[in-house]
Design a protein around this ligand. Structure first.
Ligand SMILES: [Zn+2]
Length: 88
């Protein structure tokens, strides 16, 4: 259950920041909802509300198409801070 404690605070970060629109080019806000393998985090872990989760998943899918975020990462390529490699 150690995995779970990491996401204990269950509130929507995007509601708290009062974000109405999530830009797919803004990888900084998207990465909160991406796992270390660039998978979209499920709502039960992030605590996002349904509205923002849908926005985030749309933004992530768009960012993937625009090659801002990779679709998949091989097991060996996992690094602690994956976004450091991406230069905006
Ligand atoms: Zn929200």
């Amino acid at each position: 259950m150690a995995e779970r404690r990491k996401y204990k605070k269950r509130y929507c970060k995007y509601c708290e920041a009062k974000i109405d629109f999530i830009d797919y080019k803004d990888t900084n806000s998207i990465k909160h909802s991406l796992s270390e393998r660039y998978k979209i985090m499920p709502r039960r872990l992030t605590g996002n509300c349904k509205r923002h989760q849908e926005m985030i998943s749309n933004a992530i899918k768009r960012a993937r198409q625009a090659a801002l975020v990779p679709y998949t990462v091989s097991r060996k390529a996992i690094v602690a801070y994956p976004f450091d490699n991406i230069v905006g």
